[in-house]
Design a protein. Structure first.
Lengths: 484, 107, 644, 189, 500
């Protein structure tokens, strides 16, 4: 490589992210003059819409020329697809927060800007073509989320969540950085494409494997893969529900966006046992997430474990990048974003203003008292459980198909068996809503914004489930991915 | 004959390991955090060491490493800002930095 | 197969439909139909059937070997093709005539017998349905369709036995009949499966024409034969499935006459005769059939002595007589079996109807010990019953004599069963003939002759039945006398029935007897009747039952009263263990299997709690887990690297 | 080589103290020591600019912040571990395993060190100019993202600490917390 | 378009019924109209065109429906059964009848999909999608132990079908088929070795056996029927939803013929055992619905025997039996609902001699009982007969054992009828009202239709079973493809075991 390198700077590729940055700035400025965060929320939605429009135009444009900054920013098909996921997830979270931040007494002006900055980090992670950009994206993504987890200062659960998340997150980042250092040592570069080239040319394999392993471990932390998952249930339980709505989908999507890219580029060049180690981790994730979710009484915590379990399902796709796993991961995360954010949106209406009261008993008789809410939650949960014809099912088909074609039949079997467990715990909530009489007063809180979020997620879950083909076709352009 | 870069890497591994052990063994959140800083530094040391090593293939690779160290430093700084912020915010209510007190959400 | 057969012969195919229409009219609109319209409709339907059968019979070209009349396709699967089609030939026409002829008389009789019963419309609907099913049975051109009729008559039998369902024992009797018949049906079903496997078809014509081409004594044929025997035993109340028939007397008496005497119980005989070509190639099966028939005849005859119910005596007699027929078809004397079916239809129907007339007259009394001397007060009934008694006893010149003689002749001369104890068959049958004459004398004497032992109220009511009941008796009596002349032994004249049936029945080689031997046989047969009647006369009329009273103390008498203990044995060996097994399995299913399968499932939450236990809530332990994870990966990396 | 050993010894000693020191302040000061030792190592590795940054920014600014917070929060001496006696040895054991593995791998795949001439030619002592060039070319995007990151960090930290209604000084808080014995928000009363 | 009607009409009806909510008149109208329209649409199916539209082309899933073959029979029967069932449900469910009917109708659409799907993933979609309405019916409208029953049902059904899903995916992945369309799978899977096929078959079978159901995975069915809403309408759905045998018939066997041959001895043995077991246990039951559950389990055993005889007659017969028992079993479940409406009990001992007070009910019940126990001339006979006949050609022993269930059928069938309706009149019950009569008439008509003129339906089924038969013939080239061998072949069990 010549030095200094000729740069191919294309700011247009950053347009969706820049839209978020701009909106965040505007939000911060607004906060100086305006106490009502709803305006900020509205502006944020506008910004997200703008970002969406930019992203769409990039997506529909020639995705083949997506690389810029010397292959450090890859606005290719998967990245842009992940951007959609990020935007949609963020928008749903903003809608859920719209009325909730006031109700839960956590209406501080920096809320929405932080969410947007975090989403920006997610986009950077998805598009990162090197480990440094990845690290920066990761931090931009994470720092706001750490703080947002602790957003309800004074609420012990929220504090605890923030602190835990931060400490373990920083630990995870350190591991990732060290892995990056070793990988650099082995290949002389942080850019995936260069790493691949160097390793293909016969670099120190063990060192590279080690570096890649530690990088994967660091990302596995964000994605909540066993044994780096333990923060997730606690943080999801403790953090404010609207924040969980955001991070359960966007953080996970971003982590997997990075994971899948590394799995598709660097991982095949290092020692093959790393793949096996990842498979073991995925297997453990499936088991632990689903089993632990089974014994939860709180629905929020159950969903937290279920989120861990879903990391396992996406993990199946990550293991099979060459067999349709890439698009399967994107697709699955799209579906997951809709259904999981939807479920948390419903949950946010059930919990009280102290963000408590998510016991299964609270859902008893919801089918009678709040039929619409109950129906929506039923759809979300069944979709999470992989029941056709909802989005989660089509996602599972793709993910399992990819895993089987990559030779991970045993993992697919394990995944499906744990899915049975999953369906049992999802169905328990459905059963409470429909098979029991109300035991508590019906949750009285109503929010049009949250209803809109629920409706949108519902429509998405059903539509994507009934017509899964178009989105899958759209992201199958991934053959033209940069650095692959 | 200069010291092989890998010796520095080994040193960084030791520091990294110490940091990691500190994360596990220290009970005060701030000391946990301190240990994490040690780990980040270890990573930086490794990068710098390998940066010198990669001078063999010309300037690009070596300087890429040193640049990265600069950025990691910035990341560490940002983490410190946020971490200490959370720490302070929580300390207001808890009057302790003992991470073992942060175990109400479990199972 | 003459496809261009006379159109008139095909008319018989409509007979079952007519009966079915009759059944539907009474069944669907029964509430709006009064007496005697229901009976008239039903009788008319059967009458039309009889006329159709008669026309077909007359129009049927005697030398033809049958032709088919196909309504529609029935079953189609692979190479299996079963039609809703009738095989109209000599055999089915004879059977149709008997069914509709005797059936018509019994329908008419029923108009009187069932007068005043609130369920009359239901009764006639079911009776018509029975006739339809029975006609399907005999007309069917394939085994499955025959099975349709076969089960159909079983269902009707069930319905009619339990006609007065509010009495528990009637319902029980109906159930017993149905279930025992089902055992036979299993034989029929499996026989069909095997038949299809062997012949690739279930068409009667195909099977019977292909059977002679298969090796003599082939195991498959023997198996088919034995399975068909099981079927026949169920339907025709042969050992060991005979136990339902005595109980079946719980139904109205005309039902007993029609179903459990004249027609349905002879279906087994018809089945064996129909598939005679199979048996002709399977001597072991044929011999088994013959022996089952003979033993049944003997056992039932013994049991008949000990009965006191006017109808149960006749029921055992029926079992015994059907045993004769089965013995005949087993020995290969198919025409003789069918011949006996015909004659038996007349005299046994007559006996039952006579008994019904008596029961009717006595207001429901059925115990022969409280009868006697009724012949003097019910002249028509008494006289006709006497004719029937003499006919069944085998008194020469009456119908029973001819058919029974034909059977004896057949068992003695058949080469098919010669190796399987043919002479013994003959001897036992001859003995049974003696017994038959004796117990029938007992029956007649206790009911119609001797002193009156009526209860006072019965005595006051006794009257001769109305004409609608007595006219059929007379007609049947005429038949009982004359039917025998259809089958006069060849050396005496033309054996009309054997000639008529010969184109369709399997031919089995028989020894040819000299004229002297033939005469000896006839004399022997007549002597048997005479001896039997004589013994009966001595025991009941002369000895006035004193010897009988002593004999009644013997264990064998108790055994005979209970139908030779088959019921108790069946209870002990099948019914009660079966119930216990069912109960036990039900318990196992609920308490063991269910819980056992649930065990691994309920273990999952326990495992899950373990997974959740790991989630201690302590940051440092979480960090340790991460550290262990990372360190493990590095260690593996080093090991893998070193080993490389 | 001797220089390396001294640096290594100092750095490790500091690291051990970070992990083991009873007094939090001691631990922080030990980390400063380690950081300076690492800075010396940077010099040895021809990264002079980074060494300077390390001392100024890291050992200087960041560690001062740490010390300030430690003082501010009055972090007490760590009480002896009451439970999990197994935790410490396990952690050390696992840590050692990881260290051996990483160091072993690095040493196993050791490459000859480049001669000083090459290093000098390429790195030019790790001068600010070289670093600046790479930051504004290769790492242009990253450099911008660092800006975003710092902005984010500042907003995040401030938003949590500096809240309207909770704006009292931190040092006043322990009293306030103690004066509030009732059930806290978020707990069922 | 007509092909889609059996899917669309019930869904629209379900939406309308849900909207109608508690207005019974409206619900009744919707139930009747939508089921009638669906029935008419189903009658038109044999002439309709197949559909094959891309659905998830990237994974090889298409929206492929074929209204021909067995589907044209099964869909029609389902539609016929649903007419009186939905009507009865609309009239007799006390609370929230609209939702009950809506779920019934949704399930109807799902069933139509199961039978028409020609893409294996699509098949699975309908297979699993139908589960939810039936689960919700049980859970929301069942009796007091409904939640345990629901959980059990869910665990069994999902546990089985999820493994089936993996197997489905693995079939395509391992065989290298381009899509999940049945034609592609059949062609591609031929290359799979017998061992692989057997494993894949076992995976498919786990899901299908649960829904046949076969011993020992049957106990959910008993609980389901016992705990379902007393009207019996939900049990009718449970009856319709026993589609496991169809799964074997339409998918597992044609796609994996070698696997089928290898595992057939196991499943035919299970089937024969189930047939006898169900019949025997049924004889000892006094709870009407449990009795029907076990009895129908026995039927399913015979169906399985028919299918796993791997003989064309048995395959035809089994599927025909499957269709036929929908009518007789469904009708009897409705009868139990009517009885319960009269005397609030499912215990046989709470009844006795009610034929006197309710003769029409008794007559129709008896008719259905006779159909149920396989009396010829009524619906169950042709199927039962052909299933056993076909199985006998290849596995005589199993067929003979299964045939013994016929005796048990006689016992429990006649027994329960007599204990309910005959004997001294210890209980009074009002006779059928006009609406109830209309509810039962379609069952009776259907029973007669299927019993008397089975040939047209059998021919349509055979058009589909030929696929399986041809695959089997190619795979094993033994004479099983055609039963017409005059000479008894080699010992059939050996032939099955000796699949190459």
């Amino acid at each position: 490589m010549s030095f200094p390198p000729a740069l191919d700077i294309d700011w247009a590729h950053l347009a969706p992210a820049l839209a978020l940055l701009g909106t965040a700035t505007i939000g911060l400025l607004l906060a100086l003059f305006q106490r009502d965060s709803r305006l900020t929320a509205a502006v944020s939605l506008l910004g997200l819409a703008t970002s969406f429009a930019f992203n769409l135009s990039l997506f529909l444009g020639d995705a083949g020329s997506g690389a810029s900054f010397g292959l450090r920013y890859l606005a290719d098909v998967p990245a842009l697809a992940f951007n959609f996921v990020v935007i949609v997830g963020t928008a749903l979270a903003v809608l859920v927060s719209y009325d909730q931040v006031g109700r839960m007494e956590m209406d501080h002006p920096e809320y929405y800007p932080l969410v947007l900055l975090s989403a920006l980090g997610a986009m950077v992670m998805a598009a990162a073509g090197d480990l440094v950009t990845l690290l920066l994206g990761l931090e931009v993504l994470s720092l706001p989320v750490y703080v947002l987890s602790a957003w309800r200062t004074g609420a012990r659960q929220s504090e605890e969540a923030g602190m835990k998340y931060f400490l373990l997150g920083a630990f995870g980042s350190a591991i990732l950085v060290y892995g990056a250092a070793l990988l650099y040592g082995a290949s002389g570069s942080f850019v995936y494409a260069d790493v691949v080239a160097a390793l293909a040319g016969g670099g120190p394999l063990t060192l590279a494997t080690l570096g890649a392993a530690l990088v994967l471990a660091g990302l596995g932390f964000k994605a909540a893969l066993v044994p780096f998952h333990q923060w997730a249930p606690d943080v999801y339980t403790g953090a404010p529900t609207p924040v969980v709505t955001y991070m359960s989908v966007v953080v996970k999507a971003a982590a997997f966006a990075a994971l899948v890219r590394i799995a598709a580029t660097v991982a095949p060049e290092v020692a093959p046992w790393l793949q096996t180690a990842l498979a073991v981790s995925v297997a453990a994730t499936l088991l632990v997430g689903n089993l632990a979710a089974l014994v939860q009484r709180g629905v929020k915590r159950m969903l937290a474990y279920s989120a861990v379990a879903h990391a396992g399902y996406v993990g199946l796709a990550v293991l099979a990048p060459g067999h349709g796993g890439l698009e399967a991961a994107v697709w699955y995360l799209t579906a997951y974003t809709l259904m999981n954010a939807g479920a948390f949106a419903v949950l946010s209406l059930i919990v009280d203003r102290n963000d408590r009261g998510d016991d299964v008993e609270r859902f008893a008789g919801l089918g009678q008292t709040r039929p619409g809410l109950a129906l929506a939650l039923t759809v979300f949960l069944l979709s999470l459980g992989g029941i056709p014809p909802l989005a989660g099912f089509a996602g599972k088909v793709m993910v399992f198909q990819a895993a089987i074609e990559a030779g991970y039949l045993w993992l697919a079997l394990l995944g499906i068996l744990t899915s049975v467990v999953a369906l049992v715990y999802y169905f328990r909530v459905v059963a409470a809503m429909y098979f029991r009489r109300p035991e508590y007063e019906a949750p009285a809180f109503r929010s049009t914004a949250t209803d809109v979020a629920i409706a949108a997620a519902l429509a998405g879950t059903v539509l994507l489930g009934v017509l899964p083909g178009w989105w899958h076709d759209a992201i199958r352009g991934a053959q033209t991915v940069m650095g692959f | 004959m200069s010291v092989p870069s890998e010796y520095f890497v080994a040193l960084s591994a030791v520091l990294f390991g110490l940091g990691a052990v500190g994360v596990v063994t220290r009970r005060s959140a701030i000391l946990v955090f301190l240990s994490i800083e040690l780990m980040l530094n270890a990573a930086n040391l490794a990068i710098v060491a390998y940066a010198r090593q990669w001078t063999v293939t010309g300037g690009g690779h070596a300087l890429e490493g040193q640049g990265a160290v600069f950025i990691v430093l910035a990341v560490a700084a940002a983490e410190v800002a946020v971490g200490l912020g959370i720490l302070v915010a929580i300390f207001r209510h808890r009057v302790t930095t003992d991470v073992d007190q942060l175990a109400e959400v479990r199972a | 197969m003459t496809e261009t057969a006379s159109g008139a012969a095909q008319l018989v195919a409509l007979a079952p439909l007519v009966a079915l229409v009759g059944a539907l009219v009474n069944g669907l609109f029964g509430r709006g139909i009064r007496e005697p319209a229901s009976g008239v409709i039903a009788s008319a339907a059967v009458a039309v059937g009889f006329v159709l059968s008669l026309v077909a019979f007359v129009a049927y070209p005697g030398e033809a070997d049958g032709f088919r009349f196909v309504f529609a396709e029935f079953l189609r699967a692979g190479s299996l093709a079963v039609d809703l089609g009738f095989l109209i030939d000599q055999l089915s026409l004879v059977m149709a005539l008997v069914i509709t002829g005797v059936g018509f008389l019994i329908h008419v009789y029923s108009v009187g017998y069932m007068r005043g019963d609130p369920g009359h419309a239901r009764y006639f609907a079911q009776l018509n349905l029975f006739v339809a099913a029975m006609l399907v049975l005999v007309l069917a051109d394939s085994l499955p369709l025959m099975f349709v009729g076969w089960e159909g008559v079983g269902v009707c039998s069930f319905l009619l036995i339990g006609f007065w369902y509010q009495h528990r024992q009637n319902a029980d009797a109906a159930r017993k009949a149905f279930i025992v018949n089902r055992i036979g049906d299993v034989g029929f079903l499996i026989a069909m499966f095997l038949t299809f496997k062997v012949f690739g078809s279930l068409d009667l014509a195909t099977v019977t024409s292909a059977a002679p081409g298969i090796a003599y004594g082939a195991p498959a044929l023997t198996a088919i034969g034995l399975l068909l025997l099981l079927a026949a035993a169920g339907k025709s109340a042969q050992l060991p499935l005979q136990l339902w028939l005595p109980d079946a007397m719980a139904g109205p008496t005309p039902v007993s006459a029609l179903i459990h005497a004249a027609t349905m119980v002879t279906a087994g005989v018809y089945l064996v005769a129909r598939t005679g070509d199979v048996f002709a190639q399977a001597p072991a099966a044929a011999a088994t059939v013959a022996w089952v028939g003979v033993l049944t005849a003997l056992v039932a005859a013994v049991a008949a002595f000990a009965q006191t119910d006017i109808k149960r005596i006749l029921a055992y007699s029926t079992i015994s007589q059907v045993g004769f027929m089965v013995a005949a078809v087993g020995a290969g004397a198919y025409w003789a079996g069918i011949f006996h079916v015909v004659t038996h239809a007349f005299f046994k129907a007559l006996l039952f109807l006579g008994a019904g007339s008596v029961i009717h007259a006595l207001g429901g009394e059925q115990d022969v010990r409280r009868m006697g001397g009724l012949g003097r007060r019910m002249r028509v009934t008494g006289t006709t019953s006497l004719v029937a008694t003499l006919a069944i006893a085998g008194v020469p010149l009456l119908s029973g004599f001819f058919s029974k003689d034909a059977i004896l002749h057949g068992t003695l001369t058949s080469q098919l069963v010669a190796d399987a104890g043919g002479p013994f068959l003959f001897a036992l049958l001859l003995l049974t003939a003696v017994l038959t004459a004796a117990y029938m004398f007992r029956w007649y004497y206790l009911v119609f002759a001797g002193e009156e032992r009526l209860t006072a109220e019965a005595a006051a009511k006794v009257h001769e039945s109305p004409a609608v009941m007595t006219v059929p008796l007379v007609v049947l009596a005429v038949g009982s006398v004359l039917a025998g002349y259809l089958g006069v032994q060849e050396f005496l004249g033309r054996n009309l029935i054997a000639e008529w049936l010969s184109p369709v029945l399997a031919s089995v080689p028989f020894d040819h007897l000299s004229v002297g031997a033939e005469w000896a046989l006839i004399v022997g047969s007549a002597l048997a009747a005479a001896v039997g009647l004589g013994v009966g006369y001595w025991l009941y009329a002369v000895d006035k039952g004193r010897t009988v009273k002593r004999l009644e103390q013997a264990p064998v008498a108790a055994l005979a009263r209970s139908g030779m203990g088959f019921d108790a044995a069946a209870q002990a060996v099948f019914v009660r263990p079966g119930e216990n097994v069912a109960e036990g399995l039900a318990l196992l299913d609920r308490d063991v299997l269910d819980r056992g399968l649930a065990a691994p499932v309920t273990a999952v939450p326990r495992l899950a709690r373990l997974a959740a236990l790991w989630q201690s809530g302590y940051v440092r332990l979480y960090a340790l887990a991460m550290l262990i994870g990372a360190a493990a990966v590095t260690a593996v990396a080093l090991l893998a690297g070193v080993s490389r | 080589m001797i220089g390396f050993l001294i640096v290594a010894a100092l750095a490790i000693a500091g690291g051990v103290l970070v992990v083991a020191a009873r007094q939090p302040v001691h631990a922080a000061l030990a980390l400063v020591g380690t950081l300076i030792a690492v800075a010396v190592a940077y010099v040895m590795l021809d990264a002079h600019f980074l060494a300077a940054i390390q001392v100024i920014v890291y050992a200087g600014a960041i560690m001062v912040l740490f010390l300030f917070v430690i003082m501010l929060l009055n972090v007490e001496r760590q009480p002896p571990a009451a439970r999990w006696g197994w935790l410490r040895p396990t952690a050390y054991g696992v840590g050692l395993l990881g260290v051996v593995a990483v160091a072993g791998t690095a040493l196993m795949e050791r490459r000859p060190a480049p001669d000083q001439a090459t290093v000098d030619a390429v790195l030019q002592g790790g001068s600010p100019e070289r670093i600046g060039t790479v930051l504004f070319s290769e790492y242009l995007l990253a450099f911008h993202l660092v800006a975003v990151l710092l902005l984010t960090g500042v907003i995040a930290a401030v938003s949590l600490v500096q809240r309207p209604g909770e704006g009292r000084g931190a040092e006043a808080l322990p009293v306030a917390a103690l004066a509030e014995p009732g059930p806290r928000e978020g707990e069922p009363a | 378009m007509i092909t889609l009607l059996p899917l669309i009409v019930p869904v629209v009806g379900a939406a309308l019924a849900a909207l109608a909510g508690a207005r019974r008149g409206a619900v009744t109208l919707v139930a009747l109209l939508s089921t009638l329209v669906a029935f008419v649409a189903a009658l038109l199916l044999p002439g309709a065109a197949a559909i094959d539209a891309p659905w998830l082309p990237g994974v090889g899933v298409s929206f492929a429906l074929d209204p021909g073959g067995a589907a044209s029979v099964l869909v029609v029967v389902v539609a016929l059964v649903m007419v009186p069932t939905a009507l009865f449900a609309a009239l007799s469910v006390e609370e929230r009848p609209g939702r009950f009917v809506a779920w019934l109708l949704l399930a109807q659409a799902g069933l139509a999909g199961i039978f028409m799907a020609r893409d294996m993933v699509l098949f699975y979609v309908f297979w699993e999608g139908t589960l939810i309405p039936s689960l919700l019916l049980l859970g929301a409208y069942g009796l007091e132990k409904r939640r345990a029953a629901t959980l059990k049902y869910l665990t069994y059904a999902v546990g089985g079908s999820f493994v089936m899903l993996v197997s489905i995916l693995a079939v395509k992945a391992l065989s290298g088929a381009a899509t999940f369309h049945v034609e592609d799978l059949v062609m591609a899977a031929r290359g799979l070795p017998a061992g692989t096929q057997a494993w894949l078959f076992a995976g498919l079978a786990l899901g299908m056996v649960v829904k046949v159901p076969l011993w020992p995975l049957h106990s959910w069915l008993v609980d389901l029927n016992e705990q379902n809403h007393p009207s019996g309408a939900a049990d009718v759905l449970g009856t319709l939803y026993k589609v496991g045998a169809y799964g074997f018939f339409a998918w597992a066997i044609p796609v994996l013929p070698l696997g089928a041959e290898r595992l057939a001895p196991l499943f035919i043995a299970l089937g024969a055992f189930t047939a006898v077991y169900g019949a025997v246990v049924a004889t000892s039951q006094t709870h009407l619905k449990r009795l029907l559950a076990y009895a129908s389990l026995s039927h399913m055993g015979i169906v399985a025997v028919g299918v796993f005889g791997l003989h064309v007659a048995g395959l035809n017969g089994a599927i025909y039996f499957l269709a036929a028992q929908m009518l007789s079993t469904g009708g009897l479940f409705i009868v139990t609902g009517m009885l319960h409406a009269r005397r609030r009990s499912f215990d046989v001992d709470a009844y006795g001699g009610i034929a006197k007070s309710a003769p029409a009910l008794a007559a129709l019940s008896l008719f259905l009982v006779f159909a149920f126990i396989g009396v010829p001339g009524l619906s169950n006979f042709p199927g039962e007969f052909l299933a056993l006949l076909g199985a006998f050609q290849t596995s005589p022993f199993a067929a003979v054992v299964a045939t013994l269930a016929v005796i048990g059928a006689g016992v429990y069938g006649v027994n329960v009828y007599q204990r309910l309706f005959q004997g001294p009149a210890v209980a009074e019950a009002r006779d059928l009202g006009p609406v109830e009569l209309y509810v039962l008439v379609p069952f009776v008509a259907g029973v007669l239709w299927l019993g008397v003129v089975p040939a047209p339906q059998l021919e349509r089924i055979e058009a589909q079973s030929q696929v399986a038969v041809l695959q089997l013939a190619d795979a094993g080239d033994d004479p099983r493809a055609d039963g017409g061998d005059l000479v008894p072949g080699p010992e059939p069990e050996l032939a099955i075991g000796g699949a190459r």
